[in-house]
Design a protein around this ligand. Structure first.
Ligand code: GLY
Length: 395
């Protein structure tokens, strides 16, 4: 049953046309909805060294992934459980979150397979430490940050994202835009007992990426390829987008989320101005009167292309934070309104899975060119959705 709770609504906005007027969102009700879907998932999957990953369009049950496979998504389910604990405050919920978080421990003892350590270990252990202050978690994250730092190439000024693609695709030093998210763990470590060099690496990565990874209009490539030795930018290409120069929705979402976080950590205005530029491009290209993008803004058969709810959830969460960091009141309002509108749309019967499936959301697209996770429920869409709801609740 849908219950009453905190209602967030926004006033009519003064100017910006991208802002549009936001509708009402019952944050407590949506968080309770997430809690009930989590219960269903726990009953369905059990605690068997498996993390929920996706539910295909045609199916009703989670496909899980074995933690030993080190998939990039394995930290999202523990992260969801921590956000659920933040909502409920129930000790049993923290015990469940802790159980799943500890499943990732073996990963913390390995050398870096690729850049995804931040996704895997900061969404899980990062939230665990934030909510409990447990010293063991702090040590694990510090260790993970040092491991991630081994992929930093000072000749280029970025972290190598995919070591296996150096040979595999002939991409000497490759950095994908998603890598921006992993910088948060480096910033965090530098403030919590780790080396100050981790801060410098994160800033350098953000600066180098800002310089090379984006086109004139603020749209990003998925992958930037650099010369390993002299560090010069060789080319920008895609992996999961429609074309090298197209605007892949989730790639732009990672950029918005990443640069918002970099501005929060550095207070350097150049990052704020840049975040505005890449955000404004994203907002200006959303479909008319809609807040969930197609999987790629340049996909050839729009409107007959799948949507990507995960991109909307990532951007909603980012814009809630950006609206609080803004030095321009009008833009702050614009971004908050846009974020609420995204959450309203994601919370509608079109996007919520409800009785159909135990996930929170439908209609995300993981890897369209590979035909994988197209129009599916995907665990990271759920993660950023619940994160955004929690952010809105605590704002
Ligand atoms: N980090 C991979 C993706 O966004 O699909």
């Amino acid at each position: 049953m849908r219950t009453k709770g905190i209602i967030i609504g926004m006033a009519v906005l003064l100017t910006a046309c991208t802002a549009r007027q936001s509708k009402e969102l019952n944050v407590s009700r949506e968080l309770d909805y997430c809690r009930s879907q989590i219960e269903r998932t726990l009953q369905e999957t059990g605690n068997k060294n498996q993390m929920p990953q996706n539910i295909a369009d045609s199916l009703n049950h989670w496909k899980t992934v074995d933690i030993a496979i080190s998939e990039w998504v394995i930290g999202f389910w523990p992260g969801i459980l921590w956000y659920n604990y933040e909502h409920t405050g129930n000790t049993t919920d923290s015990i469940t979150a802790d159980d799943y978080t500890h499943l990732l421990y073996p990963l913390t003892q390995l050398p870096a397979y690729d850049h995804d350590l931040g996704f895997q270990l900061f969404c899980s252990y990062g939230n665990a430490y934030r909510l409990t202050g447990n010293e063991l978690y702090r040590q694990i994250i510090l260790n993970a940050a040092d491991t991630l730092a081994t992929l930093f190439n000072p000749n280029v000024g970025t972290i190598l994202s995919w070591p296996r693609e150096v040979e595999g695709r002939g991409w000497p030093h490759n950095t994908i835009i998603d890598n921006m998210i992993n910088l948060e763990m480096l910033f965090w470590a530098s403030k919590n007992g780790g080396s100050p060099k981790l801060y410098d690496m994160a800033v350098k990565h953000a600066e180098t990426t800002m310089q090379n990874h984006f086109r004139e209009d603020g749209g990003c490539y998925h992958v930037a390829v650099y010369d390993t030795i002299d560090g010069h930018f060789l080319k920008g290409v895609t992996h999961q987008g429609y074309a090298d120069s197209s605007l892949w929705a989730r790639g732009q979402a990672w950029a918005i989320y990443g640069y918002t976080m970099v501005y929060r950590e550095t207070h350097d205005k150049k990052f704020l101005r840049f975040t505005e530029k890449i955000t404004d491009l994203y907002l200006s290209r959303l479909p008319e009167k809609e807040f969930v993008p197609y999987w790629d803004f340049d996909a050839p058969t729009i409107p007959n292309e799948p949507k990507d709810a995960s991109a909307a959830a990532i951007v909603a969460s980012a814009l809630l934070e950006l609206s609080q960091l803004e030095d321009n009141k009008e833009k702050a309002n614009e971004y908050k309104t846009a974020a609420v509108n995204m959450l309203v749309e994601l919370s509608s019967d079109k996007y919520q899975s409800r009785e159909l499936k135990p996930s929170f959301l439908l209609h995300s697209t993981g890897h369209y060119p590979k035909g994988s996770e197209v129009d599916a429920s995907i665990i990271y869409a759920d993660y950023y959705y619940i994160e955004a709801l929690i952010r809105l609740k605590t704002m």
